[in-house]
Design a protein around this ligand. Structure first.
Ligand code: CMP
Length: 140
């Protein structure tokens, strides 16, 4: 299985709950290499740019308001089969449907406030890591 990159965002709800450390610990226990790690507060414009693919969806405004309400932690992750593995670890978008042991089951509250993000394809993993990290800032 090929080495891939995926982007993790620890969303404002999870940062507010003090879950950052537990989620970073899980990332390491799952065998990911952390290539880059930043805490920042997204501007409204940054949130809209990141989620531009959802621009026409009814939840877009709510999503961008939520994502810019407080600090997030973004992590560029690498491992074999990173995209699928991280999506399995975080669980279904709706925490109520997420399997036991997943991060969204543990920390998510609703489909909107669902604790973490994961890229949905290898291509988006690369694009999303580049959204937050310059190449020189990633551990090669
Ligand atoms: P994420 O994996 O970050 O990618 C898109 C996000 O949109 C998703 O997580 C959810 O947090 C959010 N989302 C998806 N569906 C809804 C919805 N019906 N209402 C509010 N937010 C949603």
């Amino acid at each position: 299985m090929a080495t891939q990159r995926t982007l993790c965002i620890i969303k404002p709800d999870a940062v507010e709950k003090g879950a950052t450390g537990q989620i970073l610990d899980r990332i390491q226990r799952e065998g990911f290499r952390v290539l880059g790690l930043r805490q920042l507060r997204l501007s409204r414009r940054q949130a809209e740019g990141f989620y531009a693919v959802h621009r026409e969806r009814p939840f877009f405004d709510e999503l961008c308001t939520f994502m810019s309400r407080g600090p997030v932690v973004v992590a560029a992750l690498e491992r074999d089969n990173a995209v699928e593995h991280w999506r399995r670890v975080i669980g279904a978008t709706d925490p109520a449907k997420a399997e036991a042991g997943t991060i969204r089951k543990q920390f998510g509250a609703s489909v909107g406030e669902n604790a973490v993000h994961g890229s949905d394809s290898e291509e988006n993993g690369r694009i999303e890591c580049a959204y937050f990290f310059a190449g020189v800032d990633l551990i090669g």
